[in-house]
Write a protein that binds this ligand. Structure first.
Ligand code: ADP
Ligand code: ZN
Length: 723
């Protein structure tokens, strides 16, 4: 039933992978049918492959528009490493080089041509494009980072607007737009600006299951904790700070503590910045301390930890910045240090804005960041909710899910706090209120005679941090208000009075600081770990010889598979995911040699690989991104057919998603689709025949039962039988 059954073997041949990621097959199928595309996938989702594989399978050359020179070079490097005919044209090349590359394109020797948008639309380039069009043909225009076309995105580039002209000039050439931007406004803009024609739209879930999210209070020990986090992370880390000054200071301190580290910010010279970036990408330095200027267009898939040492500007930036961790889908971490002083700084800078509209937006964004940082529910639910995606919670991979905070009754403390706000006439901020409660002897207290209030000194038994926690939590729970003028004056509301009258209980989730030693929970055998480190060293040597980044040779995931299965023949080596035909020839022998040497030294056999690397059993697995999108729509009450239309997928694909979701323990009600008596009957047949192919089950049940019905019930049945 699947179109293009040969896709998997092309994937293995060109890229070395055995299975498609969620959504990729659908996108590629649509691309091969010459449809326009809008592909929205989170960073690391595998967008590039969505245009690269069809480019290789179609005749003619695919023109790839990419906004950043660095990104272009990386992608072309990686493709050529796989023996793929890709090249780029940009301002970094000499005239001679440009001409020889153009010749190669005209001679039909190039399948993917990367260009910057300003070059593509230039007077000199357009005639060349015409030539290409009439010679070998243009198979498609792939517009990477397509959100750059939108003023609503975070990265608007006026040159991108010109791209719509291509539509007029080459109406029959399909346009494929790709982006990781999550907001609806930008997506609509992309479709309009690029004049996409009934595009096939694919929106993947923004969940990144391999990322572990945690928030740590930024106490006086924050630096020590940061140091420990960096020391206990095996692999590359990015530490984000707010200002250049902070970056420089932190870099110096970390250097002093023997961390392999470099700074990155807009204050450095161009050369220094690009040198530091290259050192990081090539694993010559392990930690990059940076302002948010770092990261855009950096295609390093094996960053293991992204640490925000300051609060991010808004949740979307946090998602994008933290999302630079673990693009290769290996377990990675995102840590946010949450300091109350950051709130003050941000509030102050908001109060400096002159445009009231901008101020309001910034306040709202701060509110959302605080909701995330102070929230006690699943971090994923909060983040994805921000993008309009419903996530059921209990992800098991964030601090709140793994280490739920104990809840305590702080009603009495809350009453003290709120009456102190009342007694001082609702005219002061949190710091002053806490001073009164703790009986401080400040000028301000003397001046306002607050040492004569009945609440003066009634909170000596608790620390300043406890009172802050309570104050923040009251704000958070809506039991107290705060002025938004930058002064943060505390005000009471109706709920506050209920608390003071003991009509309302106040529960506080008390943070327990997660120990740094919780890091690295994955178990790996000692041998696998040793071999992995050896292969990593070998990879680094080869990379240095060839002047490329190590991950371009093989990714960590591929090295891990090698250290797990220890293949010692070309045949078994070729089966490792990430080993394509070209890389087998190029690197097979030297890696096999290293593995064999290791096995001999340690007296180890190789390990049989599972025959199909993709999962035959879904039990205990988490749903994939595309399944979650379907789940989300289904739970909103859409029918299978509606979901299919909305997602531009077949009805059967949707049914397969639902069946798989059921199998993976997702709560779904299928009574609307399959009558209960039918469910019972199918169940009986499954019990009788066992988990056999669908056709015999269908034959047994007869024409009254559809494949869809059987698939869904089988999902539930498998789950029950699996437990
Ligand atoms: P994006 O452009 O969406 O950020 P990439 O296309 O760079 O993501 O893909 C991220 C990583 O995943 C790359 O290392 C890529 O080679 C890898 N990848 C893509 N598709 C697959 C697949 N089907 N199987 C395994 N790895 C894949
Ligand atoms: Zn969670």
């Amino acid at each position: 039933m699947s179109l293009y059954p040969q896709l998997e073997s092309s994937l293995k041949h060109h890229f070395g992978y055995d299975t498609f990621r969620p959504g990729q097959r659908e996108v590629i199928t649509a691309a091969l049918q010459n449809q326009d595309l809008l592909v929205v996938m989170p960073t690391g989702g595998g967008k590039s492959l969505c245009f690269q594989l069809p480019a290789l399978m179609k005749s003619g050359v695919t023109i790839v528009v990419s906004p950043l020179i660095a990104l272009m070079q990386d992608q072309v490097d990686a493709l050529r490493r796989n023996g793929i005919a890709a090249t780029f044209l940009n301002s970094s090349l000499s005239g001679e080089k440009v001409r020889s590359r153009e010749q190669a394109v005209l001679a039909g020797k190039v399948k993917l041509l990367y260009v910057a948008p300003e070059r593509l639309m230039s007077e000199r380039f357009l005639p060349f494009l015409d030539l290409v069009h009439h010679h070998g043909g243009i198979s498609a225009f792939a517009i990477d980072e397509a959100h750059c076309v939108s003023e609503w995105g975070h990265d608007f580039r006026p040159e991108y607007r010109q791209l719509s002209k291509l539509r007029g000039k080459y109406p029959q050439v399909p346009t494929w737009a790709l982006t990781a931007t999550a907001t609806e406004r930008v997506r609509t803009d992309i479709i309009q600006q690029l004049q996409l024609r009934q595009p096939s739209i694919h929106i993947a879930s923004f969940n990144r299951p391999n990322l572990y999210y945690q928030v740590r209070p930024k106490t006086q020990y924050a630096y020590t904790e940061l140091l420990e986090l960096l020391r206990s992370t095996d692999g590359a880390c990015i530490v984000y700070c707010l200002t250049r000054k902070q970056v420089d200071e932190l870099t110096l301190k970390l250097k002093h503590n023997k961390i392999s580290v470099l700074p990155y910010h807009a204050g450095l010279s161009d050369t220094e910045r690009s040198q530091n970036q290259t050192s990081f990408i090539r694993d010559d330095v392990r930690v990059m301390v940076a302002t948010i200027a770092f990261g855009m267009g950096i295609d390093k898939p094996d960053v293991r930890h992204v640490i925000h040492f300051n609060l991010p500007r808004n949740l979307e930036s946090y998602y994008q910045e933290s999302g630079r961790a673990g693009r290769d889908r290996e377990p990675s971490r995102c840590t946010l240090f949450f300091g109350l002083s950051d709130i003050k700084t941000i509030e102050w800078s908001i109060s400096q804005k002159t445009d009231p509209q901008e101020q309001m937006v910034a306040r709202q964004q701060l509110r959302q960041v605080l909701d995330y940082a102070e929230g006690t529910s699943c971090r994923r639910t909060i983040q994805l909710g921000y993008f309009g995606e419903r996530f059921p919670g209990n992800c098991g991979n964030c601090d709140n899910c793994r280490y739920p905070k104990p809840v305590q009754d702080w009603t009495t403390e809350a009453m003290k706090f709120l009456s102190c706000v009342a007694r001082s006439q609702e005219r002061f901020g949190m710091g002053h209120i806490i001073d009164i409660l703790r009986g401080a002897k400040t000028e301000k207290i003397k001046q306002h005679k607050h040492d004569q209030l009945s609440t003066y000194g009634i909170g000596k038994d608790r620390k300043v941090d406890d009172w802050r926690l309570l104050g923040r939590s009251l704000l958070h729970q809506g039991l107290l208000e705060q002025s938004t003028d930058g002064y943060g004056v505390l005000k009471l509301n109706a709920q506050s009075w209920e608390v003071m009258r003991r009509q309302r209980q106040v529960l506080i989730a008390v943070p327990t600081v997660e120990r740094v030693s919780n890091i690295n929970p994955q178990e790996k055998s000692a041998e696998a770990e040793m071999l992995f480190q050896r292969l990593r060293t070998l990879r680094k040597q080869l990379a240095d010889l060839q002047g490329v980044a190590p991950f371009v040779i093989f990714t960590d995931t591929t090295l891990k598979a090698m250290s797990q299965y220890r293949p010692q023949t070309r045949e078994s080596f070729a089966k490792i995911s990430g080993v394509g035909t070209h890389k087998l020839t190029e690197y097979g022998d030297v890696f096999i040699k290293e593995i064999t040497a290791f096995c001999q030294e340690h007296n180890l056999p190789s390990v049989d690989m599972p025959s199909t690397p993709s999962s035959t059993s879904n039990r205990g697995k988490t749903p994939s991104g595309t399944e979650l999108v379907t789940l989300n729509l289904y739970q909103q009450g859409l029918s299978i057919q509606d979901i299919a239309i909305k997602r531009n997928l077949s009805g059967r694909t949707i049914v397969n998603h639902l069946a798989s979701l059921l199998e993976k323990n997702q709560e779904l009600n299928i009574n609307q689709i399959v009558a209960e008596n039918k469910q019972q009957k199918i169940w009986q047949v499954l019990d009788t025949l066992g988990d056999v192919a669908l056709t015999p089950i269908k034959d047994y049940l007869g024409a009254d039962y559809s494949y869809d019905e059987i698939l869904l019930v089988r999902g539930v049945w498998r789950r029950k039988k699996g437990n």
